[in-house]
Design a protein around this ligand. Sequence first.
Ligand code: ATP
Ligand code: MG
Length: 470
Amino acid sequence: RQNKLAVTALQLSNQTQNDDFVLEDVPHLTNFLPDLPSYPNPLQKSQAYSIVKRNFVSPDDVVAQNVVIQKENPRGVHFRRAGPREKVFFKPEEVRACVVTCGGLCPGINTVIREIVCGLNNMYGVQDILGIEGGYKGFYSKNTKILNPKVVNDIHKRGGTFLCTSRGGHDTHKIVDNIEDRGINQVYIIGGDGTQRGAALIYEEVKKRGLQVAVAGIPKTIDNDIAVIDKSFGFDTAVEEAQRAINAAHVEVESVENGVGIVKLMGRYSGFIAMYATLASRDVDCCLIPESPFYLEGRGGLFEFIEQRLKENGHLVIVVAEGTGQEYVAAEVHAADKKDASGNKLLLDVGPWLSDKIKDHFTMSRKMPVNMKYIDPTYMIRAIPSNASDNIYCTLLAHGAVHGAMAGYTGFTVGPVNSKQAYIPIARVTERQNTVKLTDRMWARLLASTNQPSFIGSDQERVDKEILKI
Ligand code: ATP
Ligand code: MG
């Protein structure tokens, strides 16, 4: 059922609002042709759902972005609540769904794939599900894999992605040609910010061609830097696995004289993993993240702090997020401005740079040799399967996406807002990145826990600006 739609003059309004209420709505396939049919949800006959108190989510239910409403700012942004609807847009036997994974690895991708397949099949009786292999370019350069509950049964126990992934190769026209040729009418796209931008283009092209195809994004980023949603899947697992690296560094430095451990963790533009791993561990003396400026020399600088901790405890552990201090490294390394296949800037490696700086300073200037232990657990963390809480979370995401697409919503990303699953317009999650706010309580908690310098003196202007924003 992939009839062409005569796109009507009905223009989808993405925002409905009055004085106090803003709804950032997601498109629905019937927005473009109001007369399209709808069918009773097959879940009405499902034993599992018949015992749920209110088995279907009203299409009018919304989720509030802010739970704390301030008197001076009572207007709240809202999103459509995710979940099964009483009426669905697709007849299950007419669904041909596909799943694709793009970008870097992250624990939990296989669980999301598994739960999309099992959710479609078990809840809605959908039989025709294709796996697109090797990311976006797989749409036009590779064969597809047939997916069913049996094929995906065990994949959540493995790390990586069962469908393989890639960077680059997003050709919107070729992808949508392929969607049309194969008669696909539900597209589930798992990936990070770049992938979601690509998903938005696919949605626009599908709309332009008047195809009855639901495009659903499932946000993936180990860095937890996706805006609007509470947190991204794989993040908890990453923080947990990072503990092992921090623990190893701590054991190493405790066992030698003047031991300095450096653990480099993921976080290109945001330091959430480093911040949470530090808060969870208690073995970390100093956490450096891209959002927080730092400096090495002089009063209140990192060298002074290291010396003080070495004198007090004989060792210390530093956690550094990968995107930290890029300006310092760039000033000394003079590397060419390189990009990956997706056009992302390749970062300079702050870990070895910081290790060398500390070693040189203490050996040469201070005549106080240090025992440097540098650990980069990035690939070990990315490659593991998701932990229990991420597995549950991935299931909620996958089911949310399936319910949304079956109900006829499109151009949406699914994710928890204030711990309720919601449908969020794709553009809303790609327009900006979520970063650690230095003026938030969580960063203050970290500073209180490590007792590290805040380095605020180095960039007072920036902090003042942040304070003005809140
Ligand atoms: P992560 O950064 O978490 O690893 P990502 O999804 O951001 O994940 P990218 O490599 O940037 O990873 O992008 C994944 C896919 O999305 C690639 O196939 C790339 O071609 C495509 N893509 C990236 N940015 C865009 C864009 N602006 N428009 C269309 N497609 C894009
Ligand atoms: Mg990215």
